[in-house]
Design a protein around this ligand. Structure first.
Ligand code: FES
Length: 574
């Protein structure tokens, strides 16, 4: 394995049984690129290249790489760019979550295999920064994240638009017959008007803000728009910071401490962030041997108000958040809810960053604690006989009148079943029913796709129904909204209680009491459990990455990481 005492080109020599020869050979090969001995004797900073023609959220990566390289060289180091997997939400079959752990493995092993003293992780689209943080946490060499940054907003007939909250809202209007084919086509050219990540508080923005709150990227780096000159300057500064991190041995474990992880959870609540934020942070923390206590996170939700007024919970977009002061200003407003002693890759404490936040007169995007958007935080953890391992409800994006609700279950056995029947006019469903989707969890789908945003059945949508209680073992895009219970654990595909629900059963959601219950006798549920037959494995499950995934993926409460990748892997036979 890599010798930690060596630096630069001497790190992690290829095994030929003769270290001197390994270094000689390495130098000889790399000189083919025209490097001088002076360059090769500098500290080496790896820079991940996650550019891909399939990934518009990373469309600015080439520019960011150039600037990060400049920063490294100005600080006296040698930048070395290397590729890793790139994942875009809309170009990942069956779902990007299926590939997150593959990207984490790729990132970890390429950091470990190649000689670098620190690494700049350029990521942005939803699963990429979580994968990079997971990989960097396990490789444990100094690392700094450089988000690609959010897109600018779009405009349509006088309306401000943002991917992808407005994609869903307008598509729902199209489904309800309120927008023509021509109009929805025109809108498709306006929703994502620049390179960069979705500009609402979806998963990408949520993760970027949590990363900044954890101290893993420079102040402001979460929110600077992707196409602005400041983003390029942040890239240059990130390259220079990587040299300092390498010199000081500031590994991810020294920055992503328990206090830093807790700060990220506080920010997740305060931004009304994506439910995916919790899964990804659980996976990152798990790599460092830090457990996330769901009950403590739920209690935090009672104490931490939602302060950021961004879609889908509020009304603004990421560029407005940025000009209002971004994460530093939010940290300042959160005050003693944040552990100001946690450190940042900026070389200073979170407290100092909050203290130095820009004060923007008259801004109303980041509220003070005395005038929050929602008094309790964005996310609630539910328990109950339907989800012994927990489930999540994004309260800030739910309909208040549905938070206490009892309704008849309308069950869909799989995503395919839902797609086939949801718009059938013969479907026995009313607005007061509870839509249930199962076998869409980590193993069931597989990959726990973002199918939890079950569409309102077309006949009800046409009648003006905008929201219903919906329950699944799937995830939901951070850009989506509604009274939607997600991440039901354990999932149906491994025999969780969701597998036992039948259409017509009564389900009660009690958001205030933090419960979701199936109102069926325990003896009847026991009988149904005896009859339950596991769904057949998906096609191709006998080999390759799908086999590894199905064997190793954990449940949502464990972050859906691979079991063998946690900080302390279970010892075989124990
Ligand atoms: Fe990449 Fe939304 S699709 S961030």
């Amino acid at each position: 394995m890599t010798s930690t005492s060596e630096t630069g080109l001497r790190k992690g020599l290829t095994s030929y049984g003769d270290a001197g020869f390994s270094l000689f050979l390495r130098r000889a090969f790399i000189k083919a690129m025209g490097y001088t001995d002076d360059a090769l004797d500098r500290p080496i900073i790896g820079i991940t290249n996650t550019y891909s023609d399939f990934n518009p959220c990373h469309g600015n990566v080439p520019d960011l790489i150039e600037a990060a390289k400049r920063g490294v060289m100005l600080a006296g180091g040698l930048p070395m760019v290397f590729p890793t997997i790139s994942i875009h939400e809309s170009f990942s079959h069956p779902t990007s979550m299926f590939l997150r752990n593959l990207m984490a493995l790729d990132t970890e092993e390429m950091i470990r295999a190649q000689p670098m003293d620190a690494v700049v992780l350029i990521g942005g689209c939803d699963k990429t920064i979580p994968a990079q943080l997971m990989g960097a946490a396990s490789a444990n060499i100094p690392a700094i994240v450089l988000p690609t940054g959010p897109m600018l907003v779009g405009h349509y007939k006088g309306e401000v638009l943002g991917a992808c909250t407005d994609c869903r809202r307008l598509w729902a209007r199209h489904r309800a017959g309120e927008m023509s084919e021509a109009e929805i086509d025109e809108v498709s050219s306006r929703l994502a008007p620049t390179k960069g990540t979705c500009m609402v508080m979806g998963t990408a923005s949520t993760i970027a803000c949590m990363t900044e709150a954890m101290g893993m990227c420079l102040p402001g780096a979460a929110s600077i728009p992707a196409t602005h000159a400041d983003r390029i300057r942040a890239a240059e500064a990130s390259g220079a910071a990587a040299i300092r991190l390498a010199r000081d041995g500031m590994t991810p474990a020294r920055i992503m401490t328990k206090a830093a992880i807790t700060n990220a959870l506080v920010v997740l609540q305060a931004i009304g962030g994506s439910t995916n934020g919790l899964i990804h942070l659980t996976a990152v923390a798990g790599r460092l041997g830090i457990d996330i206590d769901l009950e403590a996170f739920d209690r935090m939700g009672l104490e931490v108000p939602v302060l950021v007024d961004l879609k889908p919970s509020g009304q603004h977009y990421m560029e407005h958040f940025h000009w209002a002061g971004g994460v530093p200003r939010l940290l300042r407003e959160l005050g003693d809810l944040i552990d100001g002693g946690a450190v940042s890759v900026a070389g200073t404490s979170l407290g100092a960053i909050a203290e130095g936040a820009e004060i923007v007169p008259g801004q109303d995007v980041i509220r003070p604690r005395s005038a929050p958007i929602h008094s309790g935080g964005g996310l609630a953890v539910l328990r109950g006989n339907l989800c012994p391992g927990g489930a999540l409800l994004k309260r800030s994006a739910a309909t208040p009148s549905l938070m206490q609700h009892e309704g008849r279950a309308v069950v869909f056995d799989s995503i395919e079943d839902m797609t086939r029947r949801i718009d059938d006019d013969a479907l026995d469903v009313t607005a007061g029913d509870v839509l249930v989707l199962r076998n869409a969890g980590p193993k069931g789908a597989p990959g726990m796709p973002e199918a939890g945003y079950i569409p309102i059945p077309r006949k009800l949508a046409r009648a003006g129904v905008k929201d219903m209680v919906r329950i699944s073992d799937a995830r939901m895009s951070g850009t989506a909204f509604g009274t939607i219970v997600l991440h039901v654990t354990p999932e149906a595909a491994i025999g969780g209680p969701l597998a036992l629900v039948r259409s017509g059963d009564l389900i009660r959601l009690d958001a205030a009491g933090r419960r979701i219950d199936l109102l069926v006798d325990a003896s009847e549920l026991e009988r149904r459990a005896m009859e339950w037959v596991a769904p057949s494995p998906p096609e191709g499950a006998e080999r390759g990455y799908l086999r590894l995934f199905l064997e190793q993926v954990t449940q949502a409460d464990q972050g859906c990481d691979f079991a063998f990748c946690s900080a302390a892997p279970p010892v075989s036979g124990m």
